[in-house]
Design a protein around this ligand. Sequence first.
Ligand code: MN
Length: 223
Amino acid sequence: MFNYKLNRNMLGDDYVTAVVEGGGIPLIIPSNIRVENIPELISKIDGLLLSGGDDVNPLIYGEEPHPNLGDVDPLRDVLEIHLVKTAIEKKKPILGICRGLQVLNIALGGTVIQDIFSQKEKVIGHRQKGPRYYLSHQVYIEKNTLLADVIGKEELLVNSFHHQCIGVLGDNLLINCKSSDGIIEGIESKCGNILAVQWHPENLWRYTDENIKLFKWLVDKSK
Ligand code: MN
C-alpha cells in the first residue's frame, strides 16, 4: 500500500517472510505503478499474492457506500483489479489474503457485504481484540476442495480482522470454508489456480503447522 502521509510504499514484513519461508522469492509491487505496465510486470512474475488492507471502493461493484465503510485506497483498488485480471489471463496462480480475497471476488464480478456487523444478523466477533497471532474463531473447511487438500483438516482455528465478507460470489469461484455464523472465510477457483482466505495466515505461520502450507502452495504452484 502507498502511505500518502509518510510518502512510503509499505507492506507488512510477515507477508515477505512467509513467502521466503514457503520457498519463494518475494517481490513487492508498489501501488503507484502505471496500469499499462501491468501485463509486462505479470509476465515477469510466477505467482501473485494479494495482501490485506483497506476496504474496496463499493462503487466498483455497483453499490453506494454504507455509513460503516472503512478507509478506501482508490489507487490500490484499480491496480489490484488489473493485477488479478491479468494474472488470470496469463494463468499465474493467486493467493488472496483478507482484502485480497475480496479484491479477487470483485475482480471476477462478485460483491462484498460492506459491514457485516450492521448488515448481517447473529455474526460472531470477526474483529478480534488481541494480538495478530491469536486464534479466535473456527472455520469449517468443505471436503474435496483445494483448501481441504492444502490444509489437510476439516476444522481450523484462525485469527480474524475483518468487518466485511463476500456477498455475491464471483464467476468461476467456489466457497471452501465458512465460520459457524455462515460467513464465507475462503474461496477458490474451479481450475485450482486461485486460493483465498479471509483470515491472516501471514501472522500465524510461526505459531501453527497449517498456515505456512498456503504460502508453500503458492510457491509450488508458481514453479
Ligand atoms: Mn473471520
